[in-house]
Design a protein around this ligand. Sequence first.
Ligand code: HMG
Length: 384
Amino acid sequence: MNVGIDKINFYVPPYYVNMVELAQARAVDPNKFLIGIGQSEMAVSPKTQDIVTFATNAAKEMLTKEDLASIDMIIVGTESSIDESKASAVVLHRLLGIQPFARSFEIKEACYGATAGVQMAKNHVALNPNSKVLVIASDVARYGLKSGGEPTQGAGAVAILISQNPRLLVLEEENLSFTQDIYDFWRPIGYDYPLVDGPLSNETYVQAFQKVWQEYQKRYERTLKDFSAFSFHIPYTKMGKKALLSILETETSEEQTRLLEQYEASICYSRRVGNLYTGSLYLGFISLLENSKTLKEGDRIGFFSYGSGSVAELFSGKLVKNYHEHLNTQDHQKLLNQRQALSIREYEQMFEDSLDIHQSATFADPTPYSIIKIENTIREYRES
Ligand code: HMG
């Protein structure tokens, strides 16, 4: 039986900062952000939008009544959880109107979380062919104003529906994970922002990719020629390219050009959004599908998932016949183009204006599923 990605959609908050303006405000050469980091714009979220807001907006439009009746598991991968105990997936289950006999929970392992969800979903559907699983990656990536990580912030969610006979991509059995107990990026309980060793995180990302790729080739007798493209976790768009280049050194120039062209298609959206943490790999996949000029039915895509701390995984899938008929390219471009640009002052004010859940309050953010009320620490979301 074929199991894989039947539908996929993303949502980002309606504000962004231009990276040239951010560079100028931080007295940095703009080319460092545009070329060195590879980011043009960065998504910014107001205090009235959280992982539930992003997740619901990402999932709502793509799910039909039939989907809502068939989904029996909702998995949210996040490292921006809004509660130490209750899973955001439970709130999402109600907001989306999914049938009651479902399992709803959250998974955490930095940016890797959603991939654990995708693999669990695939196994669940393989055993229960009539079920569908909703996997959501939703996060707010924040390092702090004027911090080293500031140009690699972002926010948003990706919603993925896993089912049998998928319309986009069949997930293959080949996959390989790699765990290493390191401190390249972590956020102790009670900390608003992560602690990060930037150079170590870059180094371990590339090394993890090289290690899984080497072992993967041995175990599954694969070469680069078996892959039409790779989709990477994209904390900033230069990062995946560094990893890809590290395995292309001994390849012909045609082979390098072929995979680098696909890489460029995979980063179009991330370049305008920044890091989505768990969602970045899957935003890259959507961007690849919607911007590649050469992908076709039957092509194999390699996925490299990396979560600091660290867990990495390489897995693959094959594009389904007529997959391009099920893409939402125009809607996605509209979502990105209709965002409001913030001045640096507005961005800094929005950044510092944090939600106080100890203070009862009401809010007037018109965005669907934004927070409209806080009472007794509980968030109420806009449903109309
Ligand atoms: P930094 O110290 O600001 O930057 O840190 P840099 O000095 O390393 O420069 C960055 C690049 O810009 C360099 O290129 C420079 O040469 C270049 P590279 O050598 O790397 O190819 N550069 C210029 N290029 C053109 N014109 C110029 C110019 N000036 C410099 N004028 C860093 C950058 C990414 C480390 C920092 O922003 C950071 O700490 N970010 C957060 C950590 C991160 O994103 N790590 C990525 C791997 S870990 C990961 O992916 C997991 C993660 O998503 C978390 C999770 O799993 O939950 C982060």
